[in-house]
Design a protein around this ligand. Structure first.
Ligand code: APR
Length: 234
């Protein structure tokens, strides 16, 4: 099959945004080394102390708004321009650096730091820079606003579309993710079962590295542009 006819699914994780200055989670200085995951990234933590959760995401929103896409984000945007509908770009990241680089139709399976959601009525709107527990929902007025992100124990977004793309793909690439959180860590198994080739593009091998046919090691700003160029024959 000619490269440009391939159906490709790309999954990105925090590693693709690391060189844009955004923290990863499980690296040495990662966010889960600095914060108690249960307190700031679970529904129970939010119920217990919503102000602490908003403080955590307000800081991440500020960092995300200051960050700029790097050449890895831009390479994937170029891949999307070439493949069109044949590329499904799935991200675990809640930043919008893929969109800022020019990617469209990005499937944010863990939501977006730039959106707010009402826990009472489900209304979603553009998040202000700083959110507080007492902020009223613009639709129903309830003081029940939260970041529109997926916490541990909650169901990721767009799974039906993601699984359909995996089951029909010819190539699956996981970029900058530790392969430690499901269901994303299991996507490589779905792609393999569909007969796709699979490649892990990462700084360090992920927890599910053995499931991949191939591995490209190194920082995303070096590995991803080269991988995209090789894929589309630029
Ligand atoms: N280039 C490429 N990969 C990198 C770079 C880099 N410059 N820097 C770090 N990495 C890799 C690390 O080697 C690691 O494999 O990125 C990965 C980051 O792993 P995690 O910190 O676990 O981030 P991620 O896999 O995205 O986490 C998945 O867990 O906490 C939840 O919701 C959160 O979406 C997140 C999910």
């Amino acid at each position: 099959m000619r490269p440009r006819e391939q159906r490709v699914v790309v999954l990105t994780g925090a590693g693709i945004s690391a060189e844009s200055g955004l923290g990863t989670f499980r690296d040495a200085a990662g966010l889960w080394m600095q914060h108690d995951l249960a307190a700031v990234a679970t529904p129970e933590g939010f119920a217990r102390d919503p102000a602490r959760v908003h403080d955590f995401y307000n800081a991440r929103r500020s960092s995300a708004r200051a960050a700029v896409p790097n050449v890895a984000h831009r390479a994937l945007a170029h891949l999307g321009a070439v493949l069109g509908e044949r590329l499904s770009l799935v991200t675990q990241n809640i930043d919008d650096l893929h969109e800022q680089a020019g990617s469209a139709g990005v499937l944010h399976m863990h939501g977006s730091i730039h959106a707010a959601r009402c826990a009472a009525c489900g209304h979603v709107w553009d998040a202000p820079d700083i959110m507080h527990p007492a902020d009223p929902c613009p639709a129903c007025g309830a003081a029940a606003t939260r970041p529109d992100v997926v916490w541990f124990g909650e169901i990721p977004q767009h799974l039906d579309r993601i699984v359909a793309a995996l089951e029909a793909c010819d190539l699956f690439a996981a970029i900058g993710t530790s392969g430690s959180v499901y269901p994303a860590a299991g996507f490589v198994g779905l792609a393999r079962a569909a007969g796709a080739r699979t490649v892990e593009i990462n700084l360090e091998p992920g927890d599910n590295a053995r499931a991949f046919d191939a591995r490209i090691a190194g920082p995303a700003t070096r590995t991803v542009p080269a991988w995209v160029a090789g894929l589309i024959g630029d």
